[in-house]
Design a protein around this ligand. Structure first.
Ligand SMILES: Cc1cc2nc3c(=O)[nH]c(=O)nc-3n(C[C@H](O)[C@H](O)[C@H](O)COP(=O)(O)OP(=O)(O)OC[C@H]3O[C@@H](n4cnc5c(N)ncnc54)[C@H](O)[C@@H]3O)c2cc1C
Length: 485
């Protein structure tokens, strides 16, 4: 999408005339919003802080009139540049309402997960998806990426937990899903498609039409839509009783493949989490681990799951810690949740570890094959890699460590890795989404018929392509454009 050549101050001043909320085109503010937790940078023209739906509606109508892209943003912890855009950034922090129900919560899209967790704790309840970034992401961002986390084995992703969405559409209309929305034609097309979705436990690639069987499921389409179909103002999410009687095992393996081979057997015991960190990360955690450690598996059980007693019999690794004290369990999980920070400590000043192939997911029994593919690609390109992630879901966060001067090979690595992942029945992204890193590969993931339905969906919700253009549906390559590293 071409952005009209107007000065940011012109856009800001015009916008300030029609809406009362804070608007900034200050250089520092634009710089702050030009990055997220990804490897990309794009400077917006203006940042707006709508106070309510009426502000969002006015901004959207303005953006439509002048063909300026609008990108909603939560906390900017996304890893693929999906909250970056050239036009107007909508910081949704003022959408901060929380209304508790008995087994659900209605929550504003700008609410930080940490705040919601604290309020739910008083009710002794939790929401299921729990990204490792912990309290620092927002509900809007979690829905935008179809986030999950270390307990997705038990609770699934956002798409499995979302009951209702309220959003502002591309013409400034309020859309409540499920609800009245002219989608009959769309549903028919979705049904007609023999869509070839990978059989994996989580997937944030493209639009999730595989979960839409009727109009009552239309809200699921918004999970993972990255702000391309509407600006979410609030949502209703399922809540669960806080888990009790937690038991955590830390298991040592000499190689990643040994742990990968054990994972399906461990899943048979009914754990609530099976997470992995490799030796790049174990070097930094404050726990004594054997010198031969290739990786650790963190395996958690809760409730009355009987399988926990069998773990000694079925694992080929060595259990180096068994913990049931709540504070200690929390501490051990903090080691896993800090994996990205520890990874950064494992590279030198001249090295970089771009987000790109960091979120592949495959059927769990194919994890050893995924590691084999990674080994072949690493050998071909002389790469060192850092590996951690949600082994129980077959979802590995892989960071290739590159020298700045070698960034030119990123696209080749991506094409080879993604083709192989798709070839073994996986998805190129399990939870982080497509964004700038992967949107151009969505058409590699799905067949032509499915991709054309994605395009129809985008057209129906956003005919003029003003909502976060270039994400999900992409007509040009963005994988190496705007890299900040
Ligand atoms: C250290 C670290 C660990 C992480 N661990 C995990 C993990 O375990 N699991 C996981 O799933 N992710 C993880 N992530 C990725 C990220 O934290 C999640 O994707 C998170 O849900 C993003 O939330 P956010 O508020 O930062 O969203 P942002 O980055 O601000 O936005 C993400 C997307 O959502 C869209 N969006 C935001 N608000 C709205 C709205 N109101 N309406 C419509 N669209 C909107 C944006 O346009 C963008 O496309 C991790 C990231 C880091 C840095």
């Amino acid at each position: 999408m071409q952005i009209p050549a107007v000065k940011p101050s012109d856009v800001g001043l015009r916008l300030a005339k029609i809406v009362k909320c804070a608007i900034s085109w200050d250089e520092h503010v634009r710089n702050f919003y030009s990055v997220d937790a990804s490897s990309y940078t794009i400077k917006p023209q203006v940042v707006a802080f709508p106070r309510n739906e009426s502000d969002v509606i006015k901004i959207i109508k303005f953006a439509k009139r002048y063909h300026i892209p609008v990108t909603p943003r939560g906390a900017g912890t996304g890893l693929v540049g999906s909250a970056l855009g050239r036009g107007i950034i909508l910081d949704m922090q003022n959408f901060d309402r929380i209304k508790l129900g008995a087994s659900h919560v209605e929550v504003g899209s700008g609410v930080f997960k940490g705040r919601l967790d604290k309020i739910l704790k008083k009710q002794d309840r939790v929401i299921g998806p729990d990204p490792s970034i912990g309290p620092f992401c927002t509900i809007g961002g979690m829905i935008g990426t179809n986030a999950s986390g270390i307990h997705s084995l038990k609770y699934g992703s956002v798409i499995d937990n979302i009951i209702q969405v309220r959003m502002i559409g591309s013409s400034g209309n309020v859309i409540k899903l499920p609800g009245k929305y002219n989608a009959k034609g769309m549903i028919k097309k979705i049904h007609l498609s023999d869509n070839t979705f990978p059989k994996v436990s989580k997937n944030s690639c493209g639009y999730r039409i595989d979960k839409v069987f009727a109009e009552k499921d239309l809200h699921k389409l918004i999970a993972g839509s990255e702000g391309t179909l509407g600006i979410i103002t609030s949502a209703k999410l399922r809540t669960y009783p806080s888990p009790k009687n937690i038991l955590l095992y830390v298991i040592h393996y000499k190689t990643l493949s040994d742990a990968a081979r054990d994972t399906p057997k461990i899943l048979g015991l009914g754990p609530s989490a099976v997470e992995l960190v490799d030796s790049n990360i174990t070097k930094h955690i404050k726990m004594t681990v054997p010198s031969s450690t290739g990786c650790l598996l963190f395996v958690e059980f809760d409730g009355t799951v009987q399988g926990r007693k069998q773990i000694h019999k079925i694992t080929s690794g060595k259990i180096i810690k068994t913990e049931s004290n709540a504070a200690q369990v929390k501490k051990i999980w903090s080691f896993r949740n800090s994996a990205l920070a520890y990874s950064l400590q494992s590279i030198t000043k001249n090295e970089t570890m771009p987000t790109l192939i960091e979120d592949a997911v495959v059927p769990v029994k194919r994890l050893p094959l995924l590691l084999k593919i990674l080994g072949m690609i690493s050998k071909k390109y002389g790469l060192r890699t850092i590996v951690y992630g949600h082994a129980g879901n077959g979802n590995l966060h892989i960071r290739p460590v590159l020298k700045q001067k070698d960034l030119g090979i990123i696209k080749n690595i991506a094409v080879e890795f993604f083709s192989a992942v798709i070839g073994i029945g996986g998805s190129i992204t399990g939870e982080h989404g497509d964004g700038l890193a992967r949107s151009e590969f969505v058409k590699l993931q799905y067949d032509a018929k499915t991709y054309s339905i994605f395009k129809d969906i985008k057209k129906q919700f956003d005919p003029e392509n003003i909502l976060n253009p270039g994400k999900k549906i992409s007509s040009y390559s963005t994988v190496t454009r705007n890299l900040k590293i």
